[in-house]
Design a protein around this ligand. Structure first.
Ligand code: DAH
Length: 344
């Protein structure tokens, strides 16, 4: 039997099939169909027994030739189809740089950080240098040098957080503590700098307290201006400047006589407001006064030559009175409730 025409026909069919294959999967099928163990060529080889012994080597060689030709075509087609497939994927995956991006959720600074920045900027505009007083400090700076006697209630364990620490110098006399006010910043400034000093201490304070208007960790700011000839009109002037800058030009400031150990005379400072927390339209926001001569002396200066003004306010309390901010529980500031924080 002459297998030659069939062999050639198989070769041609395979060539045509390979040329028209569009995908690697189709190629795979063609490969199985022609070269597979049960494929066309394998089937034909079984017929080889019927070829005369004389023609058999020739037919064998021809069968091999056809097989190798199909394999070569197959391999070339595979390479080009694989390349095309990669191209296709790349073109689909290509990024469209004109497509609008996805916005990542953006946070913002905590309200108290915003308040600290805003207050500091207002005082910096008036020539005050912003400082951050130590939160962990010695009794000397928080109390003793501020003319606060040993029996002062603030120096009691129930008012202030004290710690155990060894002390060596005069300034380190007494116990170490978490400062209950930023007036310790005033004491440090008086020790470290020569007048004229115009400084704004702002930072964290700690007291043993918690209720609607108090938390154990809170913030205060203390202003200090010490020079020759500083007087009460300067104090009133700077307080008015602050209140009008922060709250608005129609707000008024009122000083009420009070008592602080480190100032004489001393005042409580009220602002005019329609807040529910106000009494008769006035709300107390902090203390102020002219530095006590003993404080000036403790700093090694002559109270006959130098005088100074000082004021100390709560940051949270002051910030809560901002126009349009309706906050009636100070603790809300520290609950980290996003429904609240995201409003600002
Ligand atoms: N340190 C005082 C307090 O925490 C506030 C204060 C009052 C500070 C009068 C001052 C001042 O600098 O002059 O209650």
């Amino acid at each position: 039997m002459d297998l030659e025409p069939t062999l050639r026909a198989i070769g041609n069919q395979a060539r045509e099939a390979i040329a028209s294959a569009k995908t690697l999967e189709q190629l795979q099928e063609i490969e199985v169909r022609f070269l597979g163990r049960k494929g066309e060529l394998a089937g034909l080889m079984k017929e080889m027994a019927s070829v005369s012994a004389e023609d058999r080597p020739k037919m064998g060689a021809l069968a091999n030739e056809v097989k190798v030709a199909i394999e070569q075509l197959m391999s070339t087609a595979k390479t080009s189809l694989a390349g095309a497939a990669i191209h296709e994927r790349l073109s689909q995956e290509q990024e469209d740089v004109t497509e609008p991006g996805i916005l990542l959720p953006e946070g913002h600074l905590h309200l108290m950080t915003q308040a600290i920045r805003e207050f500091s900027e207002i005082f910096e505009r008036a020539g005050f240098q912003t400082v951050r007083p130590p939160e962990v400090d010695w009794d000397w700076f928080a109390f003793e040098s501020l003319n606060m006697p040993k029996e002062h209630p603030a120096r009691d364990d129930w008012e202030t957080f004290f710690m155990k620490a060894a002390s060596s110098s005069k300034e380190h006399e007494g116990r170490m503590l978490l400062t209950p006010h930023t007036t310790n910043g005033t004491a440090h400034l008086l020790k470290e700098q020569e007048p004229p000093i115009r400084a704004f201490s702002i930072g964290k304070c700690y007291r043993r307290q918690i209720d609607l208007t108090h938390v154990p960790m809170f913030h205060q700011f203390d202003g200090l201006y010490i020079d020759k000839g500083v007087n009460l009109t300067h104090l009133l002037g700077i307080l008015e400047y602050f209140v009008k800058s922060f709250f608005g030009p129609e707000r008024k400031v009122r000083l009420r006589p009070h008592h602080f150990r480190f100032t004489e005379p001393s005042f409580e400072v009220d602002i005019s407001t329609d807040s529910r927390m106000a009494k008769d339209g006035w709300l107390e926001l902090g203390g102020a006064g002219m530095l006590h001569p003993n404080v000036i002396k403790a700093a090694g200066l002559d109270p006959e030559v130098y005088s100074g003004l000082a004021f100390g306010w709560g940051v949270e309390r002051t910030f809560m009175m901002k126009e349009g901010l309706k906050l009636d529980d100070l603790r809300t500031l520290y609950k980290n409730d996003l429904r609240f924080l995201q409003q600002f």
